[in-house]
Design a protein around this ligand. Structure first.
Ligand code: ADP
Length: 505
């Protein structure tokens, strides 16, 4: 980038760092030009100006704090006064170099971390990931678009008939080419994995007007206004002149917003038309996302009047009925609460039932095999859960049912495990085995409480270390009853929620 010389030896000696997934997605958008006019992570002056005035320091409107935050220790490896010793190599999640950052500024972000900024340069081959052919940069796309108006849509959900009809109508109205931008920077609002979203959009291809489809590493920040602004920025960089978007007033980048018309299905002739033009007795409204998800969970085929069969087939593959979908069941509770005993009982019932492949990731077994070497500090406990959550999510990714029974005392670790399962397209159920400490201590199956009271163990959960009582458990069991009763309660819950065939009795 503008004459920045980067000798090989500087690169070879440079420290490396893997940004978090959202920062990596931002990095790709910066390098590809999708965030134009931004070419790098915000400088300190830009960040201040963006936060205060929604502008960069030079006055250019820009609203999103696109920043890179690194652990403060990393700056110890850099010497900002020496151009040969201030380059940081940013690597992707597989440790392949993605960019070099000539760090010219660092400032405090939070305790323990700093923001860094400076010039960026791409290293390596460019974007990686599935659907490489669709991952075109803005310049490449602008080159292939026909001249004239371009109607853009950010397809963060599958295209059912109402969306297809809206798109066709808008394309006719503005008489332009259609550009469909599929965000692949993270799971969509429905939790659909990015590749599944791309497949579902491709499945609707025959029903689209002449359209170009691109996969762009956009992700959601959780702030709808910020996301809408960034989306319109990126769309503008890709050559969109008119953006079809329900988020009407929110736009940046100088493009026009086209509001989607509210359509209804007319049972008289099977057409989708303006809602007001369809008499109530022949009118069917588009299904809500909740209704679609419910049908999918139960394994009911999405109705043809609403969803093209090819799209429905694709969605059934990516979100199979619950009884076939992967599932992680995480049992949490104090030592001796009964997690392993109950999980074992559930596992045996599943083996007997035979319709589910289940893996039992028992706390002690996991600690011996997967997490040997880890202790019981907060960091080690979180790492233990992360590992279990990772393996469980992989089991569930392939349609399996993973039963895990670590103590999992911290809400943070539990919610990470939930996130990993969802990212794998699987379900997650937290079962809190809420046996009181006195009961666990009285049982003292492994003699751990006695040792803890005698001072031989120093971070026993419930004695020295905290146990954060879950507020998000799908199921809470006390073990006042028998083991069989507890096992039956779990099986009944799983059956009632559709995760098991109703035969496990
Ligand atoms: P954890 O895995 O939570 O550390 P374990 O399952 O290893 O706990 O131990 C729980 C102990 O409590 C076992 O000895 C089990 O027989 C006993 N227990 C008594 N009643 C119950 C119950 N209703 N559910 C589960 N365990 C029970």
């Amino acid at each position: 980038m503008n004459g920045w010389v980067l000798p090989d030896e500087v690169l070879r000696g440079a420290p490396t760092y893997t940004p978090r997934p959202r920062e990596l997605a931002d990095l790709e958008l910066l390098l590809s030009g999708a965030y134009a006019p931004l070419t790098g992570f915000l400088s300190r002056a830009d960040l201040v100006a963006v936060t205060r005035r929604g502008r960069l320091a030079d006055g250019t409107p820009w609203s999103a704090p696109v920043t890179l935050e690194v652990p403060v220790e990393l700056t110890g490896k850099l010497d900002l006064t020496n151009p040969m010793r201030r380059v940081l190599v940013l690597t992707d999640t597989e440790a392949a170099p993605a960019a070099a950052l000539d760090v010219t500024e660092t400032w405090e972000a939070r305790a323990g971390s700093v923001y860094i900024s400076g010039q960026l340069r791409r290293l390596g081959e460019g974007p990686r990931g599935a659907f490489k052919k669709l991952r075109m940069g803005p310049a490449e796309v602008r080159d292939v678009l026909p001249s004239g108006r371009v109607l853009g849509v950010i397809a963060d959900r599958p295209l059912h008939r109402p969306q297809l009809a809206q798109l066709a109508h808008a394309a006719r109205t503005i008489a332009g080419h259609v550009l469909i931008i599929v965000p692949v920077g993270g799971p969509g609002p429905d939790g659909l994995p990015p590749e599944a979203l791309v497949r579902s959009v491709l499945a609707a291809r025959d029903r689209l007007p002449a359209a170009t489809i691109v996969a762009v590493p956009l992700s959601r920040t959780g702030d709808d206004v910020r996301d809408a602004l960034l989306h319109s920025r990126v769309a503008a960089a890709y050559g969109v002149t008119h953006l079809l978007s329900g988020a009407a007033t929110i736009t940046a980048g100088g493009l026009r917003v086209v509001l989607p018309r509210e359509l209804a299905y007319d049972a008289r002739d099977g057409q989708w038309r303006s809602r007001d033009d369809v008499p109530p007795h022949t009118r069917r409204l588009a299904l809500t996302n909740r209704e679609i998800a419910d049908l999918q969970d139960r394994g009911v085929t999405l109705p043809e009047w609403h969803t093209p069969p090819a799209v429905a087939r694709e969605l059934r593959r990516s979100r199979p009925p619950r009884r076939e979908r992967g599932l992680v069941v995480l049992f949490t509770g104090l030592s001796g609460a009964g997690k392993s005993t109950i999980a074992r009982g559930v596992h045996e019932a599943l083996l007997e039932g035979g319709d589910r492949n289940a893996s039992l990731l028992d706390g002690d077994v996991v600690r011996r095999l997967l997490s040997s070497g880890l202790g019981f500090s907060r960091a080690d406990r979180d790492l233990n859960i992360t590992r279990i959550g990772f393996v469980a999510a992989e089991v569930a990714r392939h349609g399996g049912l993973a039963l895990c029974c670590p103590i999992a005392p911290y809400a943070h670790g539990r919610s990470e495990a939930r996130k990993l399962a969802h990212e794998a397209g699987a379900g997650f159920i937290l079962v809190h085995i809420a046996t009181p400490l006195e009961v666990c201590e009285h049982r003292d199956r492994k003699g751990l409480y006695a040792k803890a009271r005698a001072g031989e163990i120093t971070n026993m959960t419930g004695v020295h270390d905290p146990y954060e009582i879950p507020t998000d458990a799908e199921l809470t069991l006390d073990t006042a009853g028998t083991v069989d009763e507890a096992v039956a309660t779990v099986l009944e819950y799983l059956t009632a929620e559709g995760w098991l065939e109703p035969t496990h009795r």
